[in-house]
Design a protein around this ligand. Structure first.
Ligand SMILES: [Zn+2]
Length: 345
């Protein structure tokens, strides 16, 4: 807890102060200024307040910081449409200095309600990777269901054997100070399971942990089909992110091919636009992935390796940087020593 507090003080106070006196600018300029580099930013959710992010898992940025980040990007970088920027990178054609592309994963409703209006205000293009399974019902994604149950339960611990996760240490404590850690342990265990088993574990969690009604801030609502269409109509790029967001290693080649094809086709029919960009679910891949993406005609794929891309880039392994829920000064601190990633072995 103390360590976390110390980190928060650095992120919220020290690094913005250091940035004000120009500590990071030279390094950031040296990193981003080269015409053969592209920084791809990764967001998941843009939230109204911290009630929607009970365990600080790094997937939420508050609206006030999101706007600050966009204002800085608009003033100091060249934000490009992702496919166009990657095409330049792949062909080793010069990009404008400080080239950036903005992406969002998963297709949460706050992308449309909170992020899109601010992107439009600053006239910035962006790519939204939408999970297609359950788009019609807007059923929350499996990890958001687990987070909501764990955030709302009154239980002080849980026996993992009673929720279908017998490999975890028991009992798993759910006290206030350790609940976020236990949440991460449970999510990692769920990542090892197929959709049927995940559903079963979640049902058992609901039964054992009795979360009661989930408050609106924790409902993690997803965009429905009309809302994805609206985002596309407003000029944003829609990318594929699989149908169920499970580890591709759990699927054989044929299942993976079918999943990628189905998610792409559904999004193309919905948006009436080509869907040529793909994001690996949770950054996870499998040996067949690049071949299948090429066979299906995807232009490129983004993953979650942290770094700045440099030509010659690897088409199906474009690196990204997860955006922090902090002021711009802290973002500069976090990227100033980024790894440079290219396709040379
Ligand atoms: Zn995702």
């Amino acid at each position: 807890m103390l360590k976390d507090r110390g980190k928060q003080i650095i992120k919220q106070i020290v690094s913005p102060l250091a940035d004000k006196v120009g500590v990071y600018d030279e390094k950031v300029q040296r990193l981003m200024g080269e015409p053969n580099r592209l920084l791809v930013l990764m967001y998941h959710r843009v939230i109204d307040d911290l009630a929607s992010d009970p365990f600080a898992l790094g997937m939420c940025v508050r609206q006030k910081y999101f706007e600050e980040q966009l204002a800085w990007l608009a003033a100091h970088t060249h934000v490009l449409p992702l496919t166009q920027a990657v095409e330049h990178l792949l062909n080793n054609e010069p990009l404008p200095p400080n080239a950036v592309a903005i992406t969002f994963d998963d297709g949460l409703l706050d992308n449309l309600s909170n992020a899109a209006p601010l992107l439009e205000r600053y006239r910035l293009p962006a790519t939204f990777y939408v999970i297609t399974g359950g788009l019609e019902t807007g059923h929350p994604m499996w990890w958001d269901r687990a987070i909501a149950i764990l955030a709302c339960t009154q239980a002080h611990s849980v026996d993992p054997r009673s929720i279908g996760l017998p490999e975890l240490p028991h009992p798993l404590p759910l006290g206030r100070n350790v609940r976020a850690d236990s949440c991460k342990v449970i999510l990692n265990a769920l990542w090892e399971r197929n959709p049927g088993a995940i559903e079963q574990c979640l049902e058992q969690m609901e039964e054992m942990l009795e979360p009661g009604p989930i408050p609106p801030a924790l409902q993690a609502r997803r965009m429905n089909t009309q809302q994805v269409q609206e985002l596309a109509r407003r000029g944003f790029q829609i990318g594929a992110h699989t149908t169920r967001h499970i580890d591709p290693k759990l699927l054989n080649r044929e299942q993976l091919m079918a999943d990628l094809g189905a998610s792409r086709q559904q999004l193309q029919e919905l948006t009436q636009q080509p869907v040529d960009s793909f994001a690996y679910p949770g950054g996870r891949s499998s040996v067949w992935m690049p071949d299948l993406l090429a066979a299906l005609g995807f232009h490129h794929a983004v993953d979650t390796r942290r770094g700045i891309n440099q030509a010659p880039a690897s088409r199906y392994a474009i690196a990204r940087v997860g955006m922090p829920d902090t002021p711009v000064g802290d973002f500069k601190r976090a990227i100033r020593n980024l790894q440079i990633i290219d396709a040379t072995p």
